[in-house]
Design a protein around this ligand. Sequence first.
Ligand SMILES: [Zn+2]
Length: 159
Amino acid sequence: MTSSEPCFIADRMLGRLARYLRLMGYDVSYPPSTSDAHLIAMARAEGRVLLTRDHGISLREGPRAGAPVVIEIRSSQILHQLRQLVQEGWVTRFLEPRCPVCNARLKAMEEWEARHLLPPYTLATQESFNFCRSCNCVLWEGSHWKDFRARIAHALNPR
Ligand SMILES: [Zn+2]
């Protein structure tokens, strides 16, 4: 079901966008600092859409045979960045969330499973928990992400 969704690779200027896209469920690679040529080679090899703040990359790699799809992210503001991807049709809905740190799929966790892993305050104030097997940690939706999710939902569905 998720195979029709685009996979992305984000440059080092877009760490925040990478984390939010992962929380929305998109597969986003966020490699350590590397050359433009390597970034482009990775995008091509893995069939990922390259997200960049670098106008030069998007100019050089502009649409041509054998080049990966490159999206130049125009704003430095996270909400505008996501809105650009929504408006251009790349991001259309929320998928099953991925770990913002490592990009792995998360596993939903019942409260009783999280009980011995989290402090009581967190257990009392949060309702849903996810577990990342790769990072071996529990994640929950903080108020910041809830607020953000509502704004993105609005961008996805303006009326
Ligand atoms: Zn993780």
